[in-house]
Design a protein around this ligand. Structure first.
Ligand code: ADP
Ligand code: MG
Length: 319
């Protein structure tokens, strides 16, 4: 009797194991979508039985956000074409713009979404070209985050100013997509939007997600990797978008104080923190600020971890 019972228990346990094993394996299969949006290749990966529907919803949202934050369309385009007037925007965009202003304040203007005129001047939206000092001085009158007016869901920028959300759009979208995916009950996902990676939970086997950090000298190679869960990992680098003229490299991260590509001695900045929007904005800001000012800023913010690569090839880790 005892023996039979034991055999039955073993058989039942075996069946349970087989069921769980097959179930667990299918739940652990990653589901992936690759799309081109926000000017970059985006790969969304999720695990679990609701991964498929969650990713379908995320792709749909992504296209909405792409239009919403574009300089020429959606709410941001609307603000730009109606510069000089108060423009009503959606609740999400109002929140984002308020956060952007706060991030400008915190970084002493190193991050500034009003750099649109400079970005146009250097042509990073179309044909690239070197700008003259006169052109920069003229555009400077239409740059400055302090001139943004926000009140009761409406925003006004001065006539001539142009907003450019390129430095936060992908980070913000990554955070929003993570929320969408989580609403479907997904507990494990990794979303990669160009240099913006964000993670939801851990991998289904309980291990951390591995995020590789590109070598600025060889964008096909990796310099380092970090193991994370529930964290954004955002990299801004001068190697991502640039042009060379007469032996000089001009890249797409502008120092709002000079109107020219930032020269802070850094070639790559990686920021890791729980807030996706802040991670993206800060990666751009730290690139402008350079190593010393970044270290000063981070002294009171131990939850934000940073990896800097200097033009000398040095790797500096802060926090
Ligand atoms: P990427 O878009 O390559 O991920 P960033 O997040 O650093 O890189 O954003 C750079 C983009 O943000 C530029 O292409 C430009 O549109 C805009 N931008 C450039 N300099 C600044 C700045 N100092 N503050 C805010 N936005 C900026
Ligand atoms: Mg950025």
């Amino acid at each position: 009797m005892k023996i039979i019972k034991k055999t039955a228990v073993i058989a039942a346990a075996g069946l349970l194991f087989a069921l769980c094993f097959s179930g667990c394996v299918s739940a652990q299969e990653p589901v992936t979508r690759t799309v081109f949006a926000m000017d970059t290749v985006i790969t969304l990966t999720a695990y679990g039985k609701h991964a498929d529907e969650a990713l379908d919803a995320a792709v749909q949202k992504l296209n909405e956000y792409d239009t919403l934050l574009d300089v020429d369309s959606g709410d941001i385009g609307n603000i730009n074409t109606h510069a000089g007037e108060f423009v009503q925007v959606g609740e999400e965009v109002y929140r984002l713009l308020s956060d952007c202003v706060e991030l400008s304040r915190q970084t002493d203007g190193a991050f500034d979404i009003t750099v649109g005129r400079y970005v146009d001047l250097w042509g990073f939206r179309s044909q690239t070209r070197v700008s003259s000092d006169e052109e920069i001085a003229e555009a400077a009158d239409f740059v400055g985050w302090e001139k943004i007016e926000l009140a009761d869901g409406k925003i006004k920028i001065p006539t001539g100013m142009q907003l450019d959300l390129g430095a936060v759009a992908k980070g913000w979208a990554a955070g929003k997509l993570k929320e969408v995916i989580a609403e479907y009950g997904v507990e494990s996902a990794i979303l990669s939007l160009g240099g913006n990676v964000t993670t939801l939970g851990k991998k289904p086997d309980g291990t951390l997600f591995n995020v590789a950090i590109r070598d600025p000298d060889d964008p096909d190679a990796y310099l380092d990797s970090v193991q994370v869960s529930d964290l954004a990992v955002v990299t801004s680098g001068s190697y991502m978008r640039y042009f060379d003229q007469d032996g000089v490299r001009y890249h797409h991260i502008i120092d709002p104080k000079t109107g020219k590509p930032a020269e802070s001695g850094l070639v790559s900045v990686t920021v890791m923190c729980t807030d996706d929007t802040a991670a993206d904005a800060l990666a751009t800001a730290f690139f402008v600020m350079g190593a010393q000012k970044t270290a000063d800023y981070l002294q009171t913010k131990p939850d934000i971890k940073v990896i800097l690569v200097t033009s000398q090839g040095e790797i500096l880790r802060i926090n």
